[in-house]
Design a protein around this ligand. Structure first.
Ligand SMILES: NC(=O)c1ccc[n+]([C@@H]2O[C@H](COP(=O)([O-])OP(=O)(O)OC[C@H]3O[C@@H](n4cnc5c(N)ncnc54)[C@H](OP(=O)(O)O)[C@@H]3O)[C@@H](O)[C@H]2O)c1
Length: 282
């Protein structure tokens, strides 16, 4: 297969470039093609003529999106439309990476793929609109919703906690938002399997198990043998521009239907820590 990845310079994109072997992969960052510009997207798609396009590129700063919703729409919605149109005209399949933030977080059981989209911030709105428009343009597109990503080479929650733990005796972490931490290398491997299986429709793709941010932090400190004290706190103590869903656990049923399973998020911490120390020493 020939595969074209938009967003190859991002945290997930780097993992895709690392784990995707055995196929011909072309990875692009924003300097190669700005997805807001249809001509730039079309030129790259025409040049590569891929079997699959993976759209991982996005404006991912959730608070930034809230403060600049026009930019969120331009990159996350219109950019996705541009890529979907180029895929349609070249006959390429499309895998679009989406988010748990398309939901409002009011569920008390894991979200299924057919639960209604009800975003509560501009980032979620821009991705939810992208999903709807992609399905109109390419009804067979595959939409992979994931959550709470972390991995080497990216600004992510475990990296922040490890840096804070090295600098402070105690750290306050919110304990009233629940979701599924997902290791980028595991998500990338699952995405490769989905493309090879010719997946279509919405698929929820996270490491298994769920936790709060504070529970996640506790496990990170334990895995790194650090002794900083955690002080559980609540979302209302951390005023931020964008609302966050309280509960965004994604059901693994749609992923299981493709015969793909992902290990528990706890099992990913030691490979993550090893990879983090390798990349900081190189
Ligand atoms: N991070 C999370 O917790 C999370 C959770 C759920 C879903 N997701 C989704 O997962 C995907 C990957 O996220 P990530 O955390 O890996 O993202 P990231 O590290 O912020 O990387 C963003 C990528 O998008 C590219 N990009 C941004 N604006 C662009 C533009 N106008 N044109 C072309 N490329 C552009 C960047 O390119 P340059 O670096 O070259 O500028 C970079 O490669 C995104 O679709 C995101 O919505 C993320």
């Amino acid at each position: 297969m020939r595969v074209l990845i938009f967003g190859a310079t991002g945290m997930l994109g780097k993992a895709l470039m690392r784990v995707w072997t055995g196929d011909e992969i072309v990875g692009l960052g924003s300097a190669d093609a700005d997805i807001r510009v249809p001509e730039q997207v079309q030129a790259q798609v025409k040049r590569v003529n891929p079997d699959w396009i993976v759209l991982s590129a996005a404006y991912t700063d959730v608070d930034g999106c809230e403060l600049n919703p026009q930019l969120a729409t331009a990159v996350n919605t219109q950019g996705a439309v541009n890529v979907a149109r180029a895929a349609a005209s070249s006959g390429s399949k499309l895998l679009f990476v989406s988010t748990d933030y398309v939901f409002d977080g009011l569920n008390t059981r894991p979200y299924e793929t057919d639960d209604a989209r009800k975003p509560i911030n501009s980032y979620g709105e821009s991705k939810a609109e992208a999903e709807k428009k992609i399905i109109e343009i390419l009804p067979d597109a595959c939409i992979v919703r994931t959550s709470w990503l972390f991995g080497a080479g990216g600004k992510c929650f475990p990296d922040t906690i490890l840096k804070l733990a090295a600098a402070r005796p105690q750290i306050e972490v919110v304990n009233d938002q629940r979701g599924c931490p997902t290791y980028t290398d595991d998500l990338a491997s699952a995405m490769v399997q989905l493309c090879r299986a010719g997946a279509r429709g919405i698929v929820h793709c996270t490491n298994s198990g769920d936790c709060t941010w504070c529970e996640f932090a506790a496990e990170i400190l334990k895995a790194a043998s650090l002794s900083a004290k955690l002080l559980p706190t609540t979302t209302d103590k951390f005023v931020r521009p964008a609302n966050r869903p309280r509960y965004s656990v994604l059901s693994p049923a749609s992923l299981g239907a493709y015969g793909v399973s992902m290990r528990s998020w706890q099992q990913t911490l030691s490979p993550y820590l090893a990879q983090r120390s390798e990349s900081s020493s190189s």
